[in-house]
Design a protein around this ligand. Structure first.
Ligand SMILES: [Zn+2]
Length: 132
C-alpha cells in the first residue's frame, strides 16, 4: 500500500464522550442531561444545544424503547461499516422522553417497522437495538 492510499488514523474522541464510552463499556445506556435547563441532550455534546450550558451529566436510562424512524443503509461511507450493508440506523423513543440513535440488529432490515419494540444491546461497545 502506498502512502497515497493509506487510511489516516481516526482522531481521538472528544473529551465529552468519555463518560458515554465508559457507560457503554459497562453495558449501560446513558443520555446526557443539562444541569442548567434540565433537558436531555442526545447525541452527546460538549455544551447544551438548548441553553449553552456546559454542565452535562450522563444519566442512566432504560434500555427499552420503540423505533421512531429508521433508514436502511445500502451504501455506507462510514469508516468501519463499508461492507456491512444493508444495515438499519434508527432513532428510538425511550420511556424517559428522549430519543436514542443506533443500529438495529438481530433481524432482517425489511422486518424493521416504526413502532417496533426494541431493546438495547452493545456491539463493539456502542448501543445497538434488537427486537424486544
Ligand atoms: Zn441546557
Amino acid at each position: 500500500m502506498s502512502a497515497d492510499t493509506a487510511t489516516p488514523p481516526l482522531p481521538d474522541p472528544p473529551a465529552h464522550l468519555a463518560g458515554y464510552r465508559a457507560a457503554c463499556a459497562r453495558g449501560e445506556l446513558v443520555v446526557q442531561r443539562c444541569a442548567g435547563c434540565g433537558r436531555w441532550v442526545q447525541l452527546p455534546e460538549a455544551a447544551c444545544p438548548w441553553c449553552g450550558g456546559g454542565e452535562l451529566t450522563y444519566e442512566p436510562v432504560t434500555g427499552t424503547g420503540v423505533v421512531h424512524t429508521f433508514t436502511v443503509v445500502h451504501r455506507s461511507f462510514a469508516p468501519g461499516y463499508r461492507g456491512r450493508e444493508p444495515y438499519v440506523m434508527a432513532w428510538v423513543d425511550l420511556p424517559a422522553g428522549v430519543r436514542a440513535f443506533g443500529h438495529v440488529v438481530g433481524c432482517a432490515p425489511e422486518e424493521v417497522r416504526i413502532g417496533m419494540p426494541v431493546r438495547v444491546t452493545f456491539v463493539d461497545e456502542l448501543p445497538h437495538w434488537r427486537p424486544a
